[in-house]
Design a protein around this ligand. Structure first.
Ligand SMILES: [Zn+2]
Length: 330
């Protein structure tokens, strides 16, 4: 078996549910986790800069209503306000579990499944899935894809008809996939995915210029597709019909990843609507690019959470509507 086919085995072990419980099972540890998001350097009063506080649990019916009261001046600060968890009515442990379940699962998790596991409705779980996907999208956008070799293709991904039915008649959307490899057709590094409004070169070009490092020495392999002809002037474009039955055929890893994405749509999410597609793709991209993140996953996520702002459901819907209107225009 060639080395490139065994890359899966090199993945480090992930944080187990048992370890998560050991680390964050106590209320104290949970409070510390969220305190660390809001005050990375430890608590500091905005008014008198005192570092000491009294912890108060308000019994208002909201399960996570923890207040830090400055020992010096008495000003009160909510543990979760100003963070993405503002306005949530889940317990701290449910929130930590939701983060863990979504970010640590290899293939993702459906709203129904998450709702069952954290003991909330699938509607609430679905809201968190969208918010976490936005965090993943933000993390993806911080990274430029940089490689000497790339595999490039356009996939037809989707779909879900209004009413949730999949299958015949469900309209698929074109998605550009570009995978960096350290050698020609070998050793995949990072991937980028992008939902296209159409197959026109102009939209592919605009997006690639922003997210992928390209120059004359860059080798790009693609299956004969005229949408990529513009690249001839920019890179060393190897455009040839790929025989997918051939052993070690071109675009091998790109094809594996595309197959996994299709499979995740079918088996986990049971279809993805057009408006959810960009965030779904952000999730798939993030998962692949973080496949080697082992046990310190929660520390990585804390960094995303620190950068995040309160995200009301209406704001999430605005993001989705924005994508939808873009698609409808095409
Ligand atoms: Zn104070």
């Amino acid at each position: 078996m060639s080395k490139k086919r065994t890359w899966n085995k090199e993945k480090p072990r992930k944080l187990s549910l048992v370890e998560l419980e050991e680390k964050y099972g106590s209320t104290d540890a949970q409070i510390k986790f969220f305190l660390n998001i809001k005050w990375p350097e430890g608590f500091e009063c905005d008014f008198c800069h005192c570092h000491e506080y009294y912890l108060i649990k308000r019994t208002t019916g909201i399960k996570n209503n923890y207040i830090l009261e400055c020992k010096d001046c008495g000003h009160q600060f909510s543990l979760l306000s100003g963070t993405i968890f503002d306005n949530s009515n889940l317990t701290l442990w449910q929130l930590i579990l939701a983060i863990y379940l979504f970010f640590v699962q290899n293939k993702g998790i459906s709203a129904v499944e998450m709702g069952n596991l954290i003991n909330t409705s699938s509607k609430t779980a679905g809201k968190w899935i969208r918010k976490f996907r936005i965090l993943m999208a933000e993390s993806n956008n911080d990274h430029l894809l940089e490689s000497k070799f790339y595999d490039l293709d356009i996939l037809e991904v989707g779909g879900k008809r209004p009413g949730g039915k999949r299958g015949k008649g469900a309209d698929k959307s074109p998605v550009v996939i570009i995978l960096g490899t350290t050698q020609d057709n070998k050793y995949p590094t990072f991937v980028k995915l992008h939902a296209l409004m159409n197959h026109k070169s102009a939209s592919i070009k605009k997006w690639m210029r922003k997210h992928v490092k390209l120059d004359k020495s860059t080798v790009i392999n693609c299956d004969k597709d005229t949408s990529f002809n513009f690249l001839k002037k920019i890179v060393d474009l190897h455009s040839a019909k790929v025989n997918y039955k051939e052993k070690d055929h071109k675009l091998y890893w790109q094809n594996v990843i595309s197959g996994n994405i299709e499979n995740n749509i079918k088996t986990i999410y049971h279809g993805v609507s057009k408006r959810d597609l960009p965030l779904f793709l952000a999730e798939q991209e993030w998962r692949f690019n973080h496949r080697f993140t082992g046990k310190n996953i929660m520390n990585k996520i804390i960094k995303y959470l620190r950068k995040s702002k309160p995200l009301r459901n209406s704001a999430v819907i605005n993001v989705l509507n924005l994508y939808e209107s873009k698609f409808l225009k095409s």
